[in-house]
Design a binder for this molecule. Structure first.
Ligand code: SF4
Ligand code: SF4
Length: 318
């Protein structure tokens, strides 16, 4: 499926910016607002929303799905995902790979419904209630982020084919979100979404190096690989990480994922939270000084060569 086709419909993950605006109801909702909606196997449109859509996966989605399928992350990525750029930025991520030979259906849908329902991705849980872009703009990664959280509001995304709105069930937005397990997902996804939104807020003013993009992709999609990077590289010699955190990184995938967000915020955006060991800083300073000394020596030599070539006298103090 081409990127163009995939952009036709997208289950909202990052907030209202990614959904088709004409499907967004022009009403700001709070957690106490009432909505009338129900989705169940009896609706005429059952599973209609599980085809022809772009479902971007968060690191937590990938973690839950690969555990559910009992396969390593790299196998999951290869078999079930396709690469995408996140939120029109240069940050690489993945979306579910639809079955091109079967009407662009999600690989997990059957006539009976979703085969991974209890571990379905975050984007599948949000519909039809979207949450506004509270992560976007300044303060998203640090100061002011909590105030931003408090500013969030909700909205309804109403697709024409969706008959769930004709059902009688009424709930508050809070009840709907709890029922769909969205609150847990929000908590797990929030720092990662903030990284993407922060990148988006920079626009094209600054570009990420290829190495930074690779690191973001690896940390976001393959925690097994990221764990090896932490434990088997010079990482622990470079950063100050307490023993308790190291133990958690070794044994707990969710803790490892949360740590990866902290690391990425530090490595990509200079956010606080990780400190480099003093001796490593000194080593780096020395290395930079040596490089500077080399270039000064080189430019003095160049100057002398030019003078000599012109037959001019060379200052003996140089
Ligand atoms: S993961 Fe499940 S709910 Fe989501 S699109 Fe696929 S089948 Fe539908
Ligand atoms: S289109 Fe709406 S009602 Fe139909 S299966 Fe999807 S969410 Fe449920």
């Amino acid at each position: 499926m081409s990127e163009k086709d995939m952009s036709v419909k997208e289950k909202t993950l990052f907030g209202k910016g990614t959904a088709n605006p004409s499907n967004i109801m022009p009403q700001k909702l709070t957690l106490d607002s009432k909505i009338k909606f129900r989705c169940h196997p009896g609706v005429k449109c059952f599973t209609a929303c599980c085809r022809g859509i772009k479902i971007v996966l968060t690191p937590y989605d990938i973690l839950m799905l690969k555990k559910r399928l009992n396969i390593p992350a790299h196998e999951f990525l290869q078999e079930y995902t396709t690469p995408v750029y996140l939120e029109k930025t240069d940050m690489p991520g993945v979306a579910l790979k639809l079955r091109e030979d079967d009407d662009n259906k999600c690989p997990f849908v059957t006539p009976e419904g979703c085969t991974v329902y209890t571990d379905r991705p975050s984007a599948c849980r949000y519909y039809p209630v979207g949450m506004a872009d509270f992560h976007e703009g300044q303060g998203a990664m640090g100061e002011g982020a909590d105030q931003k959280d408090e500013e969030k509001f909700f909205f309804i995304v109403k697709e024409d084919h969706c008959k769930g709105f004709e059902e009688d069930k009424e709930w508050t937005v809070a009840e709907w979100r709890a029922d769909q397990g969205v609150d847990v997902r929000d908590e797990m996804n929030k720092e990662w979404l903030r990284l993407v939104m922060r990148r988006k807020s920079f626009g094209h003013q600054a570009s990420l190096s290829e190495q930074a993009k690779r690191m973001f992709f690896m940390s976001s999609t393959d925690l097994d690989h990221f764990r090896r990077f932490i434990l088997e590289s010079t990482f622990l010699d470079t950063y100050i990480i307490d023993d308790e955190t190291v133990e958690k990184i070794k044994n707990d995938d969710v803790e490892l994922m949360l740590f990866s967000f902290k690391y990425l915020a530090n490595a990509l955006f200079g956010a606080e939270g990780l400190s480099i060991r003093e001796d490593k800083i000194q080593e780096k300073v020395k290395e930079i000084q040596e490089r500077q000394d080399d270039s000064v020596t080189q430019s003095i030599q160049d100057y002398k060569d030019i003078k000599a070539a012109r037959g001019e006298e060379i200052d003996p103090d140089l």
